[in-house]
Design a protein around this ligand. Structure first.
Ligand SMILES: [Zn+2]
Length: 173
């Protein structure tokens, strides 16, 4: 079973923990407490404006803020971001000390402080790749059944075919 995002990208869930085999969302009481907390929090923050937009525009200009598309950090100290500001967060997390605050209560405040101080990703900072902000998760070992190994087998088979072709060609000449 794979990991899935619900509503906002960023937080990921084990598919079987949040969905039934029929593909329906499990009732909250059926979920593990930690999963339930995250899903319940997700429902609250999904409608929130982007944290960075909000820092820029404030309550009075809330309508100028983009709706959040991504969520990072832990429930209650999570950061929600629009597509424009997600690179700033990712830059902070990877390059400006953010990952050291992973799992801390002050995670969101630390990002807000950095951003309010003018912290931004460099202009060419692409990188909307997922980062794991969950302190409990460890990098996963590559799955041997992944398509890569099937692809390698296929490439090997192609090599063998090419060898055959070479042989036939030289034979014909
Ligand atoms: Zn934003």
């Amino acid at each position: 079973m794979g990991k899935v995002s619900i509503g906002l990208r960023g937080w990921r869930f084990e598919e079987s923990e949040v969905f039934t085999e029929a593909g329906e969302v499990r009732p909250l009481p059926e979920m593990e407490p930690a999963v339930r907390q995250r899903v319940a929090r997700l429902m609250v923050v999904a409608e929130r404006p982007c944290d960075a937009c909000f820092l820029l525009h404030g309550e009075a200009e809330k309508r100028r803020c983009n709706v959040a598309e991504a969520v990072y950090g832990e429930p209650l100290s999570e950061v929600v971001l629009c597509e424009t500001h997600e690179p700033d967060f990712l830059y902070w997390f990877r390059e400006a000390g953010g990952s050291a605050r992973r799992g801390e209560e002050g995670f969101r405040d630390a990002f807000h402080e950095w951003f309010a101080d003018g912290g931004r990703a460099p202009k060419d900072y692409g990188g909307i790749e997922h980062v794991d902000t969950d302190p409990a998760s460890l990098p996963e070992a590559p799955d041997p059944s992944e398509p890569t190994s099937a692809l390698e087998d296929e490439l090997d088979a192609m090599d063998a075919d090419l060898d055959d072709l070479d042989f036939e060609d030289s034979d014909a000449r």
